[in-house]
Design a protein around this ligand. Structure first.
Ligand code: PMP
Length: 287
């Protein structure tokens, strides 16, 4: 089926949506993005993604070209026309397409941002092999730039990380800097020891995950112990459980790190409980 996508104010068949070769997203990775999950045809934590989008744009000195209300309307319309029940909406805003390639930012009054949204249908996303069995990860050096809190479209190194994981027969990679895990290639990383959930604190070193914020809030509400601090791969390998969070995978257990089995090699009880709580609570407030 040909999807309907959104480009700069228009709904178009995906084959007809075209962006200039001078677009700074294409030439410079000068753009930001968000992925909002869709469950039961509804948007999960739309507000959180809209707030983070604004922050990413303002950190890069870009004006937000679309109001939150209009953005919600576009998300909903795309979900409706493309009949998405489970999956997500991808949103990208770039600094637009000036007349020529130049390192200097164009004048925003002359060069409007490029706004693109499209849906991705992923039936079965709440119950699949990864969620049932957990995933296996390798560790690799974190070679990304120093502003990982801004959700930019510079995803080459995370893509390379996923390919390195695949080449090693694994599902994903955890990134390590100065001996400590920062996060996964496209998710936040956690370990569990003696009932306590441990995850790196927020800084410019990691993306401030929308799922992370929700999961830590639910964990606190459920009176579970949470510690925000750095941890090493060795500590993770000796933990009782490990898991990741992201808008597309929710909460997913990690059962192996660099060949070392975590716990009994099956998704742990806290990871499973957090996944259940997350899905249940998110669905209640999805819009
Ligand atoms: N870290 C990185 C590097 C990511 O790319 C993502 C997913 N976009 C996350 C963490 C998780 O963030 P969220 O829960 O908002 O999807």
């Amino acid at each position: 089926m040909t999807r309907t996508v959104y480009l700069n104010g228009e709904y178009l068949p995906e084959t007809e949506a075209k962006v200039s070769i001078f677009d700074r997203g294409f030439l410079m990775a000068d753009g930001v993005y968000e992925v909002t999950s869709v469950l039961n045809g509804k948007l999960v934590d739309f507000d959180g993604h809209a707030v983070r989008l604004n922050r990413s744009l303002s950190e890069l000195g870009m004006n937000n070209p679309i109001s939150k209300e209009d953005l919600l309307e576009v998300h909903r319309e795309l979900v409706r026309v493309n009949d998405v029940n489970e999956g997500g909406v991808y949103l990208q805003i770039t600094r637009g397409a000036p007349a020529d390639r130049d390192f200097a930012f164009p004048d925003p009054d002359e060069t409007p941002c490029t706004v693109v949204l499209f849906t991705q249908s992923k039936p079965g996303v709440t119950d699949n092999a990864a969620s049932q069995n957990g995933i296996r990860v390798i560790s690799i050096e974190d070679l990304r730039w120093g502003r990982r809190d801004i959700k930019t479209v510079q995803l080459l190194y995370p893509s390379m990380g996923k390919m390195m994981a695949k080449a090693a027969g694994c599902d994903d990679a955890w990134l390590v800097e100065d001996g400590f895990v920062t996060e996964g290639t496209s998710n936040n990383a956690y370990i569990v020891k003696d009932g306590k959930i441990i995850t790196r604190g927020l800084s410019n070193d990691i993306l401030h995950g929308i799922t992370r914020a929700a999961v830590l809030r639910f964990a606190n509400e459920a009176q579970m112990k949470v510690e925000e601090r750095n941890f090493t791969i060795e500590e993770a390998q000796n933990a009782d459980e490990a898991f990741i969070t992201s808008a597309t995978m929710f909460v997913n257990a990690v059962v192996e790190i660099d060949g070392a089995q975590i716990g009994d090699g099956k998704p742990g009880s806290i990871a499973k409980r957090m996944r259940e709580i997350y899905l249940e609570e998110s669905l209640k407030v999805a819009i």
